[in-house]
Design a protein around this ligand. Structure first.
Ligand code: ZN
Ligand code: ZN
Length: 303
């Protein structure tokens, strides 16, 4: 079958919720446009500033796709790009596949392992929150005021919905485009509104080796509510071809509007919180810092 758009090349991908079958080039252009629109809608990027990308271990290949596209977009805006990888066995390999432009700086965020306080017990939400809290504590001369993240729509919804099912009200509103912490860091969910099916396709198409390694070895541990929600979402999307993901998102936004005014924002991770610091950042950042007088992470330069 030929591509619906250009009519020349072989189609290799059906765009979800449409009747379009696109070739790799036309699909990549379509993906690029949506990402660009998300970034401009975020309203936190400026000309000639600094911009960071954080690459979580479990989304390494998606992070590389994000960097690849940001390079094309940001060339026009003259922004300096900082890349921060969550430390993992595939960081060096990712760096060599991606290559480094002269204007870019790369770091690895090493989370200090503490047996008493192991974040992985808290599932994906806990881990992502604490990591965001750590990023918000980094020097703004390194990160700039915006840190872009490669989390796709289904993951964002999983975080919100599983929190509600687990009666952890602090997890709602994770799915928004920009999350701002009160210490001045803006986190942009660059793949907001883009399904994980699509980001996985781009990740596998562009970085097959990294993607395969990541799927086998780097998955974040999910808590019981996250596993349960994952099953609900998988079943639902099988029956309704994924549109359910977006209707769940709308319902969650409604819920946040109804209840959100009673809630605060965590000063570290910027997530919804019932007090000044959310339960995750309190245990794994605030208490750690006050007990040991040092933050539980190191930022290592990758040269
Ligand atoms: Zn085409
Ligand atoms: Zn927090």
């Amino acid at each position: 079958m030929k591509c619906t758009k250009c009519g020349k090349k072989e189609a290799i991908f059906k765009v979800p919720y449409t009747n379009y079958f696109l070739c790799a080039d036309c699909y990549s252009t379509y993906f690029y446009k949506r990402l660009k629109r998300n970034l401009s809608r975020s309203n936190v990027l400026s000309y000639g500033g600094k911009l960071s990308v954080f690459v979580p271990r479990s989304f390494t290949a998606e992070g590389l796709v994000l960097i690849k596209i940001l390079r094309q977009i940001e060339r026009k805006y003259n922004n300096k790009l900082t890349v921060i990888f969550e430390s993992s066995p595939i960081v060096r390999k990712s760096l060599s596949v991606l290559g480094k432009l002269p204007s870019e700086v790369f770091y690895s965020l090493e989370i200090v392992d503490d047996e008493e306080k192991d974040i992985s017990h808290e599932g994906m939400l806990g881990r992502l929150r604490v990591v965001r809290g750590m990023l918000s504590l980094l020097d703004k001369n390194i990160t700039g005021n915006a840190i872009v993240l490669p989390l796709c729509q289904d993951v964002l919804i999983l975080l919100e919905l599983s929190s509600i099912l687990g009666s952890i009200v602090e997890g709602i509103n994770e799915g928004v485009l920009v999350i701002s912490s009160s210490n001045g860091t803006n986190f942009i969910n660059a793949f907001s509104g883009i399904s994980c099916y699509e980001t996985s396709f781009m990740a596998y198409y562009n970085f097959p080796e990294i993607y395969e390694f990541q799927i086998r070895n780097l998955n974040y541990e999910k808590n019981i509510y996250e596993k349960y929600t994952e099953r609900i979402l998988t079943d639902a999307s099988r029956m309704q071809s994924g549109e359910v993901i977006f209707s769940v998102n709308k319902s969650l936004s409604w819920l946040y509007k109804e209840r959100g005014s009673m809630l605060k924002k965590c000063k570290y991770c910027g997530g919804t919180s019932s007090s000044e610091v959310c339960r995750f950042c309190k245990t794994y950042l605030d208490m750690y810092i006050s007990e040991k007088n040092t933050p539980p992470f190191k930022l290592i330069s990758l040269e």
